[in-house]
Design a protein. Structure first.
Length: 285
């Protein structure tokens, strides 16, 4: 019963914050599109040049592409790859940052100094060019593998921030009491440290997912990771570099549609992030 009541309280808090609630609803729509859209919207990739660059209509909501194929169907089927890349990057990077940041903050000493120098190296790397080089060197066939590559270059900033949080918290009275009582490290980490960092980690999780979208689309726009022609980044690559659609006025829906859905997804993440801290911190309500 307490769990249900707690969920109801958080739902009421989320509804009270209009920006966060709008972002939440929009994210749920994207999630629904990624999970169930491919089963509800038929994708026909047969080439029909007689129907190329048709304007939006009831039959083709976003018009057709250079080969006469429905753009909306491609957007729906490509959403699964985009969502997978965004959230797998955020999951891998956040888990790595939590492990490194907490370990470094608790251990301290020379080990902490060595870990932070390694983190500094990652922070000073020109991330996008190196990610693009790695993406070109390795043949990436799966969205989760692409997410893991992006996460490899996305964890360091959060790890340093978590370490700072741990250094601040481990001298608090409740942590010192746990240490005096010889409580196990796992209890201190999972029962005392992590619950106090949930809002901060959640916001950074969203920011990493947001950054992963930009990085993945940018790399695919360069043509370095051709996952599928329905991926939004590949749609932009085909429109801009392979078919010259950006120079054809009738083809603008094909070029602008993935941009619109990318922007709205980022907008949803930003708005949802505004309510995360209020959701977990009663002092802000």
């Amino acid at each position: 019963m307490r769990i249900i009541e707690g969920m109801k309280d958080k739902w009421n808090i989320l509804k009270h914050n209009k920006r966060a609630f709008f972002g939440f609803v929009l994210l749920m729509l994207y999630l629904f599109m990624a999970l169930f859209g491919p089963y509800l919207v038929k994708l026909d990739m047969k080439i029909n040049y007689l129907n190329r660059y048709q304007a939006p209509s009831l039959m083709h909501w976003l018009g057709t592409d250079y080969a006469g194929r429905d753009i909306f169907a491609q957007i729906v089927h490509g959403s699964r790859d985009v969502m997978t890349i965004a959230f797998s990057t955020a999951v891998f990077a956040t888990l790595a940052a939590i492990c490194v940041g907490i370990f470094s903050g608790l251990v301290g000493g020379k080990t902490d100094a060595f870990i932070m120098r390694t983190v500094d190296i990652f922070l000073t790397l020109p991330q996008f060019p190196i990610m693009a080089i790695f993406a070109g060197l390795f043949q990436i066939k799966y969205a989760i593998a692409f997410g893991a590559l992006l996460a490899f270059f996305s964890w360091a900033g959060l790890a340093r921030a978590i370490r700072v949080q741990v250094l601040a918290l481990k001298h608090k009275e409740f942590i010192e009491v746990c240490q005096i009582m010889n409580m196990p490290k796992r209890y201190i980490i999972f029962k005392e440290l992590l619950p106090n960092m949930v809002p901060f980690i959640s916001i950074n999780f969203i920011n990493i997912a947001k950054g992963a979208i930009v990085a993945s689309v940018g790399i695919m726009l360069l043509g370095l990771v051709p996952l599928s022609v329905t991926n939004w980044g590949m749609m932009l690559n085909i429109a801009a570099k392979q078919t010259g659609a950006i120079y054809v006025p009738r083809a603008l829906p094909y070029f602008l549609s993935p941009i619109f859905f990318i922007v709205m997804f980022q907008f949803a993440l930003i708005n949802f992030a505004t309510g995360i801290e209020e959701l977990f911190d009663p002092r802000l309500r």
